[in-house]
Structure formats: C-alpha cells, structure tokens
Design a protein around this ligand. Structure first.
Ligand code: SAM
Length: 231
C-alpha cells in the first residue's frame, strides 16, 4: 500500500513513522508512506495555503494547493474528473467524518493507495470536501488542533492489519473490536507478585481450558465495559 500524506507539518510525522511496527512495515516493503509539504504546491508567492473564511471567522485551507497536490501525486485531473480509479481513496480528517473503528480501518485494506489530507485552522474550503475528498474520517467526538494526529492514528490502525506486519496474525484476530469483543486479561511472569497471583488456569498448561477462560473473560469484560458492542 502506498500512502501519500498532505500536511503543513511533515516533521510531526517523522518520529512516529521511524519507530516500531510502522518502521518495520516500511522496511519490509509492506507499506510506503510519503510525506508532502502542502506549501510546496501553493502557487502563492509566499507559499500560503490558507485564507480568511468568508463571512468572518478563522483561516481555512484554500482549494488550489490541495487540488494541485493531489493531481500532481496521482498524475491526472481530479476535478473535472478525468478518470475513475477504484484502487485509490482520498481521505480527509474532520470531526464531521465517519468515526474510525476497527471495521472501518479494515475496509481501507482493499485500496492500493491512499491520499491523506491533514487540515489545520478552521478546516478546508468546502469545495475541497465536495469535489476532491472521497471520505471524511473522525477519530472521536473532540476537537484537535489539526489532522496530523488523526492521520497518524489512521495510518497505524491500518498498517497493523496488513498481512505480515504484525508477526503473529493470531494476535490480531483476538484483539479488541475484532469479533465485536474486547480483549481478555493478560498476565506474565512472575506467577506471584507481592502475593498477587496469576489465575491458576493460565499456568495449568491445559490449552483448551485456557481458551475457554479467555473467551468467557472477553465476553464478561465486553458486557461490563462496552455492552453496545454486543448488540
Ligand atoms: N472548525 C472545525 C470544527 O468545528 O469542526 C475544527 C477544526 S480543527 C481546529 C482543525 C482540524 O483538525 C480539522 O479540520 C480536522 O482536520 C482536524 N481534527 C480535529 N479534530 C478531529 C477529529 N476528532 N477527528 C479528525 N480530525 C480532526
């Protein structure tokens, strides 16, 4: 999968992309992430990408740099539309977007390339939303200062689902939200920490019983903490 990110703060992404699973996924060639500074696509002599909102208010991203950036990355005109490309998706982050969930993250696995737009200020000129962006994604009902953190959350949630990225695929299948459930409790060594013991079933060596215990705990926790998931 190829992911192009449009942002005015590419440096915010660098440390996140250079660590752990995201770094490994890129090194293995399972994902390629390119950061584009939106200002480089501005035709304004001062490389401005924003202007005041009509009718007073804050600053918003103007359409030109965003359309130019996406069209330069794709190599064709997006508006008026030159061609249909079912293998790519242009995603923008917005509090008005569809809430990011595990099933939504999974849906993006089918695309070969994603273009992610990370706005700032009051957001974008609405012509961008209507005629350039294909999906709006929100990471929750709160307002952040920009789309960079949502873009990073989105990239991470999708990357770990790409086959081969996480070393044990079984661990992904059993993670929270897969099968509409929350995870079961985990324990590690020591078996006794200040008198606090690991449940005996987990050290019994009986894998069938352990599976049943985990299944029961996962259901119990989901019922207690997120009954909405079971509906
Ligand atoms: N004026 C906007 C509103 O009231 O909905 C908020 C703009 S916010 C300060 C700047 C940018 O941060 C947004 O355009 C969006 O790209 C991003 N953003 C903020 N909160 C977000 C969220 N919960 N999910 C996704 N993106 C978010």
């Amino acid at each position: 999968m190829l992911i192009d990110v449009l942002t005015i703060f590419p440096k915010m992404f660098e440390p996140v992309l250079k660590e752990s699973i995201l770094k490994r996924a890129q090194n293995k060639g399972l994902i390629k992430i390119r950061l584009h500074d939106l200002r480089n696509y501005s035709q304004d002599k001062h490389k401005k990408v924003d202007d005041a909102s009509y009718g007073a208010g804050g600053m918003v991203f103007t359409p030109q740099p965003l359309f130019s950036a996406v069209e330069s990355i794709l190599g064709y005109t997006v508006y008026p539309r030159e061609k249909k490309d079912p293998n790519k998706r242009i995603v923008m982050f917005s509090p008005q977007g569809k809430r990011l969930t595990q099933p939504l993250a999974r849906k993006y696995l089918k695309y070969e390339r994603l273009i992610l737009i990370a706005p700032r200020y009051e957001g974008i000129d609405d012509r961008v939303r209507k005629h350039l962006v294909e999906d709006e994604v929100s990471i929750g009902d709160y307002v952040l200062s920009g789309g960079e953190l949502p873009a990073m959350v989105f990239i991470d949630s999708i990357t770990r689902l790409i086959p081969g990225v996480v070393s044990s695929p079984a661990s992904i299948e059993k993670e929270s939200f897969e099968n509409g459930r929350l995870d079961y409790p985990h324990y590690t060594r020591p078996q006794d920490f200040r008198g606090l013991k690991v449940p005996s079933i987990l050290v019994s060596g009986d894998h069938k019983k352990i599976e049943t215990w985990r299944d029961e705990k996962s259901l119990e926790i989901t019922k207690r903490k997120r009954p909405d998931l079971l509906k």
